[in-house]
Write a protein that binds this ligand. Structure first.
Ligand SMILES: [Zn+2]
Length: 194
């Protein structure tokens, strides 16, 4: 066949498509179809100083947040972790004499609260420069659908430290969004949890 005939034939055989353009109203980011990968876990008043198995809670955290096997000993053994029903808040973590401490009230001892506190321990491993870089990266991802969704139900993440750094935002992102849905640019700021 001649090239001319072939071209003509081929063009003729291409089915034509009718596109009906309907006016589209711009929609806001569709966060309503999303759900937080790690929803809120409420306190459990049946948990007490004597019946909470903190080792089991650690394993629940390891499994649900995919904590790397090589980091588990650091979080479980290098950090001094204790139940304490005298503290006036669900949980807390701090450093004293070079040793990291984590305390949690028994009714709040669950994988999500542990994730939040261990995110603080991870943050503590960042250098001061890395903490500043986290602020820039954090501000740049505020329109991420999961972060928009979390902001809609969570105000605690807006609390900053005395230097205005988003330490609670850092911890809440890990707790509720987890590393699987965390924006890629933030993952470098969660040492040992990756
Ligand atoms: Zn916190």
């Amino acid at each position: 066949m001649s090239i001319k005939w072939f071209k003509k034939k081929t063009l003729q055989s291409i089915p034509t498509r009718t596109t009906i353009l309907t006016p589209v109203t711009p929609q806001p980011i569709q966060t309503r179809l999303l759900t937080l990968p790690h929803p809120e876990q409420q306190k459990n008043l049946s948990q007490s100083m004597t019946n909470v198995n903190i080792g089991e809670v650690f394993h629940a955290w390891y499994d649900s947040y995919n904590v790397p096997i090589e980091s588990r000993s650091y979080f479980r053994n290098t950090i001094v972790v204790e139940l304490n029903d005298k503290i006036p808040y669900p949980a807390g973590t701090w450093e004293a004499a070079g040793i990291r401490h984590l305390q949690v009230r028994p009714e709040w001892c669950n994988a999500g609260v542990l994730a939040h506190e261990q995110a603080h321990c991870s943050y503590a491993l960042l250098t001061e420069v890395e903490k500043l870089l986290f602020e820039t990266a954090y501000n740049r991802v505020q329109l991420d659908p999961y972060i928009v969704l979390l902001h809609g139900v969570n105000t605690y993440m807006n609390q900053t430290d005395r230097l205005g750094r988003h330490v609670e935002g850092h911890a809440e992102l890990y707790r509720y969004i987890g590393l699987e849905k965390l924006p890629e640019t933030l993952k470098q700021f969660y040492p040992k949890t990756l």
